[in-house]
Every structure is written in structure tokens, then in C-alpha cells.
Design a protein. Structure first.
Length: 346
């Protein structure tokens, strides 16, 4: 047994030189993986952090935005987008009322449009500049938007300008800063509503409901029968805001949109869009009833059907509106009964 054990131990002896692989100098590829690639990754992280840090501090320096936007590079649209976001943000109050900033942005927008550039970066920049101007609360932001709407610019830019002027107009009304050129704004948006571009017509239908002016209701009544659903829906919403019964037919069309089963991402997007349309119709109907002081025939029954809608937001909004309409109808009946009693007494 001892002999076998000693033989086993001898067999286990390993010569050091045979146990280790040959030592070779590291290759260039290995060094690149070990040092250069991690260094590049760290550099990218630092660069991204510095970029966000720089963009974050632009909000504290309005002229920093102007300097960035005046530079002739392809990334200017990002600065315009960041400015629009900052204007909408919690700290955007000071920027919104900065008249000099609005004027400078308008000059940059005019200059970019006059350059004749048709590349995608230029179009995107002009759209974001329009949106940024729309977030202001000073009349100084109006003229550049009026110019874009009334120009032969790309329809996407003109659409962005119409959407922006609707937001700007709302801001001015909230701040009780009624501009003197209301008729000019109405004229250019009215003209845009006659465009062959459906998106421009749709944006104009929404904006007219906020801006108002001569001929607005008549134009919106025509748009409420447009062949494009989005145009009809925005026109009906605007008519409801203006207290016109002409909105009822199209609003009921919006309320009747069915909830389709979701089979893929496209189906999910369609379902979300349908929910937004129905919610807008419910809100518009509430505004209309308050304005005309009556419940249009058949509307309460249609709204009640939405109380069991698969979308929770639609259900809750429908329930709230049903209660409102029911109270209104009860009040109408009481009023009619009291009037009938008075007539009988006479």
C-alpha cells in the first residue's frame, strides 16, 4: 500500500515550466481593447455630461440661445427645441416675457427662411423656432409667425407657425395683452385654412377657434364638413368653443368612434388617437352646453353609452358629463313646467 501511494504522489508532480503557457508580448489589438476603448467610452460619457450641463445652463442665459442659434451648424435645431422646452418648463416665466429674446428669435427665423435652404435640418430648425415663439407671452413674437403663415414656406413650417400662434394668442389673452393686429392674424390664419394641405387646414381650424374674428364661424362651419376627419374634428371643437350649434353633428361623429381591438403597435397608436378624439369631443360638448344652455337632442344617450368604454379616461369623462347633462335636462324640465303653470294661471 505504501508503494502504491508513493507512486501516486510521483505521478502528481508537475514541472513548473510545463504548467504555464509561453509568455508573449501583448498585441496591439489587446492594448486597444484594454486601454483605448475604455478611454473612448469614458470620453464620450464626459462629453455627453458636459453637453447636457451646457444646455441646462443656457436657460439662465437667454442670449446664449441666440448665440447658439446664430451659428451655422446642423445642430442648431436642438438648441431651438431646448429653448421651446425651457419656455414651457417651470422656470420659463421670465423667458416668456423677454421681448428682446422674442425679437432676436424672430430675426433668426426670418434669416433662416430667407436663406433658401431646403435641407431637413433647416426645416426642422424653422419649425422649432416657430414653436419656441409660440410659448412667449409678448406681442413681439407675433410678427415672425404671421410672416411664416403668410409665406410660401414649406407646409410643415407654416403648420408649425399656425399652431404656435394659437398658443401665443392664448398666452396673450391670459395675460390680458390683446394685440392691436388681431385682424391681420385672423386674415392669415383664415387664408391658411383654405390650403390644399390637410395638416395646415386642420391646424388653422383649431387656431381660428381661439383667435376668432370676422367670418370665423362661417369658415369653421365649412371646415366642419371637410373630407379629412382631423379638419372636421378641429373645426367642430372650435365651433363648440364659440358656442355654435353647428358643432353638434361633427361632435356626435367624434363621440361615435368605436374602440378597435389592439393587434399590434399600429393598433395601439390608433386606439390612443381615438381616445384623444373622444375625450376632446366630451370636453367640447360640455363647453357647448354651457354656452347654449341646452342639451342637444340625443347627446345624453350617446354619452351614457361611453360610460362603459374600455378606456378608463373616456369612461370617467363620460360619467362626469352624463351627470352634468342630466342635471341640465332636469333644470330644463322644471323651467318648462313652471312656465306651463304660469300660462295656465293666466
Amino acid at each position: 500500500m505504501e508503494e502504491d501511494s508513493s507512486r501516486f504522489d510521483r505521478d502528481r508532480v508537475i514541472v513548473p515550466d510545463e504548467a504555464l503557457p509561453n509568455v508573449e508580448a501583448p498585441s496591439a489589438a489587446f492594448l486597444v481593447q484594454l486601454f483605448v476603448v475604455p478611454g473612448i467610452i469614458v470620453s464620450i460619457i464626459v462629453f455627453v455630461w458636459l453637453a447636457f450641463h451646457w444646455l441646462a445652463h443656457l436657460g439662465n442665459d437667454p442670449q446664449g440661445y441666440v448665440r447658439t442659434l446664430r451659428r451655422d451648424n446642423e445642430g442648431r435645431w436642438q438648441a431651438a427645441l431646448n429653448l421651446a422646452n425651457d419656455l414651457r418648463g417651470p422656470g420659463g416665466g421670465a423667458l416668456k416675457s423677454d421681448e428682446s429674446l422674442a425679437v432676436e428669435l424672430g430675426k433668426i427665423l426670418d434669416s433662416e427662411a430667407a436663406s433658401g435652404r431646403t435641407a431637413e435640418q433647416s426645416l426642422v430648425l424653422r419649425q422649432y423656432l416657430c414653436r419656441a415663439l409660440g410659448e412667449f407671452s409678448t406681442p413681439a413674437a407675433l410678427n415672425p409667425l404671421i410672416t411664416r403663415i403668410d409665406s410660401n414656406d414649406d407646409p410643415m413650417v407654416r403648420t408649425a407657425a399656425v399652431e404656435a400662434i394659437a398658443v401665443l394668442w392664448s398666452n396673450l389673452l391670459l395675460g390680458e395683452k390683446q394685440p392691436s393686429d388681431a385682424s391681420t392674424v385672423n386674415r392669415v390664419v383664415f387664408k391658411a385654412s383654405q390650403s390644399v394641405d390637410a395638416k395646415l387646414r386642420s391646424a388653422s381650424a383649431f387656431a381660428l377657434g381661439i383667435i376668432g374674428g370676422d367670418g370665423t364661424k362661417e369658415r369653421l362651419q365649412n371646415l366642419a364638413h371637410d373630407e379629412i376627419p382631423d379638419v372636421r374634428f378641429n373645426a367642430a371643437t372650435s365651433l363648440a368653443r364659440l358656442g355654435s350649434k353647428e358643432a353638434v353633428e361633427t361632435l356626435r361623429e367624434m363621440l361615435s368612434l368605436p374602440d378597435e381591438p389592439v393587434l399590434d403597435d399600429l393598433g395601439q397608436a390608433k386606439r390612443y388617437r381615438r381616445a384623444m378624439i373622444v375625450l376632446n369631443a366630451l370636453r367640447a360638448m360640455a363647453l357647448l352646453v354651457d354656452s347654449i344652455d341646452e342639451v342637444p337632442e340625443g347627446v345624453l344617450e350617446q354619452v351614457k353609452k361611453l360610460e362603459s368604454d374600455p378606456v378608463a379616461d373616456v369612461r370617467s369623462s363620460a360619467i362626469a358629463l352624463s351627470k352634468k347633462l342630466s342635471r341640465h335636462q332636469s333644470a330644463e324640465k322644471l323651467l318648462l313646467n313652471s312656465r306651463g303653470s304660469e300660462i295656465l294661471k293666466e
